[in-house]
Ligand binder design. Structure first.
Ligand SMILES: Cc1cc2nc3c(=O)[nH]c(=O)nc-3n(C[C@H](O)[C@H](O)[C@H](O)COP(=O)(O)O)c2cc1C
Length: 324
């Protein structure tokens, strides 16, 4: 399980940073892999409103750090958006990232594609401001609500703290860091109870990617699943992406992963499904192992990829039914 923290303050070790760190500590205590991204120190250009993404599903500006952020947002099971209040909104650095998420909005609402994690990904806002106005968090929480909708996460609300001005002031607040930690624990804990499933194949570019996506799409609230390959390819097979898009399922921004990038963690996998990597698979399976005899669609035409896609979906549905 992967929890992504987007830190929107330009002040490291400031109030936002401390609050987000407490949230991520809580998530980590539940066994999650966590990553804090210092957004203010990334190179993220603002949206140019060229509307390229509405036609192609990708941003035309692809030479900055958003490339990585798109990937991380798609990997995340929980996203924490953390920001100081600047003129009743989020920081400009964070807002640039939010606006560039229009590419996700376009994929969802123009291209009608569903992110496989859409039915269980959670989003949460952490915010701090110096004043005590009652409307202090209204603008930012509305922005967060629509950001989370675009990135296919349910908006789980926010924690906002007033009268925090000096860097680190939040550490003296009686409850703030404890509340943030508890939130991180609570949101992650709800997902931590899911059964763990790992799909393995040679390149993690076709079969295991489609299986992972189908299981997340059909039963991601019950299964925490990942996929990997023993010889990971540089990118997902474009025909696998196309075949899944025909079913309305979006594999964009996902990447093949090596088996060494898979954390078995404190809790072993309940099920490991191998498809074509049985001979070379270096993983010592810690859970139940199933072997799915499926031909490798690499280098084959779209019609063939479709056949494999349909076989995988049937097997995934059977897996769900037997686990129920
Ligand atoms: C450009 C700028 C605009 C700000 N606007 C507001 C504001 O509208 N309302 C408010 O309460 N605080 C405002 N603040 C204060 C910060 O929100 C506050 O100091 C916060 O604790 C900073 O968090 P940080 O330590 O994570 O950077 C502003 C600060 C800056 C630098």
């Amino acid at each position: 399980m992967f929890v992504l923290g987007l830190m929107g303050s330009p002040r490291r070790q400031g109030n936002t940073d401390l609050l987000l760190t407490a949230f991520l500590d809580g998530a980590q205590a539940q066994g999650a892999e966590v990553l804090k991204v210092d957004v203010a120190f990334k190179n993220i250009a603002p949206c140019q409103e060229c509307r390229f993404c509405e036609q192609h599903g990708f941003c035309r500006q692809h030479d900055d750090d958003m490339r990585e952020i798109y990937h991380l947002l798609r990997r995340a099971d929980v996203v924490a958006l953390a920001t100081p209040i600047f003129f009743y909104g989020p920081s400009a650095q964070l807002k640039a990232l939010i606006d560039r998420s229009q590419a996700f909005w376009a994929r969802r609402y123009v291209m009608k594609l569903t992110d496989p994690k859409a039915n269980f990904r959670k989003g949460f806002l952490l915010a701090v401001g110096a004043t005590k106005g009652k409307d202090l968090f209204i603008g930012t929480s509305l922005t967060a609500k629509y950001f989370f909708d675009a990135v296919a996460a349910s908006y789980e609300g926010f924690l906002g703290f007033r009268q925090m001005e000096e860097p680190g002031a939040i550490a003296s607040h009686a409850t703030a860091l404890g509340e943030a930690k508890e939130k991180g624990e609570g949101l992650t804990g709800a997902l931590a109870a899911r059964r763990r499933c790992l799909f393995l194949c040679r390149e993690n570019a076709g079969r295991s990617q489609m299986a992972e996506a189908f299981l997340q799409y059909h039963a991601g609230d019950k299964f925490d699943c990942q996929s990997a390959g023993d010889q990971p390819a540089s990118e997902i097979n474009p025909l696998a992406i196309e075949a899944m898009a025909e079913r309305g399922i979006d594999l964009a921004f996902r990447r093949p992963r090596g088996m060494d990038q898979i954390a078995d963690g404190d809790r072993p996998f309940d099920l490991i499904v191998q498809m074509g990597c049985e001979q070379s698979c270096p993983v010592t399976p810690s859970g139940r192992v199933a072997i799915w005899e499926l031909e490798d669609p690499a280098g084959k035409p779209l019609e063939f990829v479709r056949l494999i896609r349909d076989q995988i979906e049937q097997r995934v549905k059977a897996l769900i039914a037997t686990a129920a």
